[in-house]
Design a protein around this ligand. Sequence first.
Ligand code: URA
Length: 218
Amino acid sequence: MSRRSEILAEMGLSPIWRVRSSPGSAPAEKMESAVGWTELKQAVPACKACSLHQSRTQTVFGVGDENADWLLVGEAPGAEEDRLGDPFVGQAGKLLDNMLAAIGLSRRENVYIANVLKCRPPGNRNPEPDEVAKCTPFLRVQIDLIRPKLIVAMGRFAAQTLLNTDATIASLRGRVHAYAGVPLIVTYHPAYLLRNLPDKSKAWADLVFATKTMASLS
Ligand code: URA
């Protein structure tokens, strides 16, 4: 079974997957080519795999260039993201946009932004392990479709989920890791930086490191 097939099988949530898996339909290996952005964008808003669907206003799929070299991964939508349907549109998002601008990037061009969770945890609590487990297949398909050159995991949940580790951000920074063969760099979450201003200089160092790493890949 190919990696995409494995991911999709794991999703088990996708109506497309279920419909096409019905008796008499195309075999699974053929089906995977049918699951692209369109199907994923239908599957995410329809998802009821965890209890977060009960409290969400809407799912927050992700935003940006679907062929981007840069993929930034955050944790989960907050109140503003839940209201507007786009990731990082609140205070943390403004900081993220400024950080991107400082390295000559914008969320509209060559950058894609997604979260580990597509639904807002009530009261902005931390994601629960079962929510992460149920939602991560969506992110994995997004990564598979984007095929970025570099992933920047922002914060503990993104880093630990994508690297399958419980190591701290501090111990993961400053090195190039890999997610499914894609280079991955870890930095602090913008919301954390809003509360811990002295660590902004460390995040800046991470972005400079990421820029140099990207240049070495091109
Ligand atoms: N924090 C995140 O991790 N993601 C968002 O989209 C907004 C805030």
